[in-house]
Ligand binder design. Structure first.
Ligand SMILES: [Zn+2]
Length: 206
């Protein structure tokens, strides 16, 4: 019988993405072997995660609050092209795209496709539609089509279904919709794509 305290830790880890009960058990017993200071440092960093990281109200990416900033650094950056929105499933998908250095627009984190397809239109997507409408209102009519939404979703079956779902919702807004996943190998998750592949996929989006 696993002691209650260890079981409580295992239960927490089992809820993490990609972690099953066996891995959760391994992690819990690994933590048990750490020194008290290492465990304290780990728990402090988890508390700081909730205290210092806020979700950007524009793009839904997490950002570190150091002063009175209201949005993430990308949304706050005046040089970023606000009419170019790259839609990603996970926040961790932003970094590899940023590393290519060729994307000058902004992002929108919509959440995992698998979750989304089961439910009604999620808040992140409703927010994306509102965000586009807001930008459109500030543009003269002839420039409204210059808004580009790049669907940078995983090149998986779920990613494809998700892209179709978002495209259908975006169509009435008459924006230019491009897809990045086509340049990625089938089954590829964006997060793990190498830089050259990503640059190619970004440059050849259609
Ligand atoms: Zn943002």
């Amino acid at each position: 019988m696993t002691p209650k305290t260890i079981q409580a830790v295992i239960d927490h880890f089992t809820r993490l993405p990609g972690i099953g009960p066996r891995q959760a058990t391994r992690i819990a017993f690994f933590l048990l072997k750490l020194s008290p200071s290492e465990v304290t440092s780990l728990s402090r960093s988890l508390i700081a995660l909730k205290e210092k990281i806020k979700i950007c109200p524009v793009c839904f990416a997490g950002f570190e609050v150091t002063g009175d900033e209201k949005t993430c650094t990308i949304c706050a950056n005046q040089k970023r092209i606000k009419t170019s929105i790259c839609v990603v499933e996970r926040e961790s998908d932003i970094e590899p795209i940023e590393k290519t250095g060729i994307f000058k627009g902004t992002y929108h984190v919509v959440g995992e496709s698998v979750d989304i397809l089961e439910r009604a239109t999620p808040a992140t997507i409703t927010h994306l539609l509102n965000r586009i409408t807001y930008i459109q209102k500030q543009l003269p009519p002839e420039r409204q089509k210059t808004i580009e939404v790049i669907l940078a979703l995983n090149a998986t079956v779920e990613g494809d279904a998700f892209a179709l779902y978002i495209e259908r919702l975006l169509r009435p807004l008459s924006v230019t919709i491009t897809r990045l996943g086509k340049g990625l190998a089938s089954g590829a998750e964006l997060e793990y794509a190498d830089q050259q592949t990503l640059i190619h996929a970004l440059e050849n989006r259609k």
